[in-house]
Design a protein around this ligand. Sequence first.
Ligand code: PGA
Length: 251
Amino acid sequence: MRKPVIAGNWKLFKTKNEALALIEELAPQVKDVDNVEIIVAPVFTVLPSLVPATAGTNISLAAQDVFWEEEGAFTGEVSSRMLLDAGASHVIIGHSERRQYFGETEATVNKKTKAALAGALVPIMCIGETLDAREAGDTFKVLETQLKGGLEGLTASQFAPVIVAYEPVWAIGTGKTATDDQAQEAHAFIRGVLASLYGQETAGKTRILYGGSVKAENVKGLMSCADIDGALVGGASLKAATFAPIVRFRD
Ligand code: PGA
């Protein structure tokens, strides 16, 4: 059985005090939830302050990006070793906003994924097609290219901890969710590509999250799909009132 993951991507929101207030409100509302991995991803500067706030809770911390070198003359970057030091256990890699605004490619996603794994961080590797690609019938081609490019050179055992997030770009922050069937179709395809790379057993254990306008109202349907193992939540993760019910999708 794959343990579901519900991860909140706070993007460029929440100062330290705002983040602390959110954790203080969220933690008691989800403390009895077992068999779901709960993760929140604040901005880098807020990570260390959330370590004491999440200690003893069932909430883990993720960073939203990582650089591939461990240290050196790379002004403005943060390495996996530093993220681990700051309290992160996971890191989001290759989010579509990073691909769109910061020039990330399969090659950078690949280097970052390898660096995260080498630094003992669990990568949450994001892939997803744009609306143009979907309308052109290229969804599977894009997913396969992003997946294979991002994972290039990893053996099955190296890949094993990786969490994949399928986020159709047209569904992010737009209020347009993929239908359960559209999402399941993409997830099944992704698992098939993973099986071709790493074998059925490894692919069968990989958590594949859906992301794109996930909310309390649609999470149950998505989570009932055979190949959907969790959610990467943006907007609805910014308030305990909207995130807790997603974490509690089984209620
Ligand atoms: P959204 O964002 O839930 O606001 O659509 C999802 C994401 O970008 O990870």
